[in-house]
Design a binder for this molecule. Sequence first.
Ligand code: GRG
Length: 292
Amino acid sequence: MTLEKRIEQKKDAVECELRRILSGNDSLLFQAMRYSVLSSGKRFRPLLLLAAGDYFHAARDQTLPFACALELIHNYSLIHDDLPSMDNDDYRRGQPSCHKAFGEDIALLAGDGLLTLAFELMAAAPSGNNLYACKEEAIREICRNAGVLGMIEGQLLDITQDPDHISEDRFKELILKKTGGLIIAAVVAGGILGEASPLELEALHAYGVNTGLAFQIRDDIQDSIQDRPEHRAPRPNSVNLYGFDKAEKKLGDSIQKALKALDSGSIDSDELRYLALRLSAVKGKNKNEQTS
Ligand code: GRG
């Protein structure tokens, strides 16, 4: 089977499972959660987790709940990030953002609901024979990266740092926590569930760091070539910090470092290589256009 087909099959498995998880309840809360989650995301983080998990022969019935949990956490962060008190975005994935469609009160609850559901899913995932410790460690890895010293602190930096006076080191820390957090968690948790060695986990972590940097720089480049709605708050971004050409170079360098990190742990995963390399394609996007 071709590499693209394998990736497509993984994405289909995630879509199908997300649909199942969010079905069977027609409350306004579930409608809002379905509206946000089942709206054509690229499923980048679940694909990373499944790619790493498969490479290390983790059982799919264990990795799929974790992959879906990460997607739920990602969607909670997007719903909350779009709120007027945060980034104030009216659109997400080509449709009105959750609070525009359901109101701020329901959007807040939908985000809260997705976050909590994610942890329920991971806690309920099969543990296998001697895999209980792996499951616990994978959950801890996801907590660390999504939590108060990870994505949430990254968001705090994002909304409190002056975009015109941020140092490069502070900016990198911001990206690594806000955007890199879930990307690092995805590959490392996949490795943990497959019982990867400490050296391999270190390599996966370095891959996640550099893929996270590339992901955000690419997003900033794409943002800079589309019209930014006036009412959106100004935030630190790599094109402002480095200039367009240097940002493009940093994108390429980060992808190469991600690939080298895999080599450093002798991880010969065509899927992880492909997912990092896919970030080199920058499309002139507008808010209603999906980039893959
Ligand atoms: C609210 C605690 C809290 C955190 C929010 C991730 C985040 C932190 C904010 C999102 C801001 C943003 C748009 C950052 C750019 C990188 C990014 C995460 C883009 C969206 O992810 P994609 O491209 O989206 O994977 P899809 O739609 O494909 O899922």
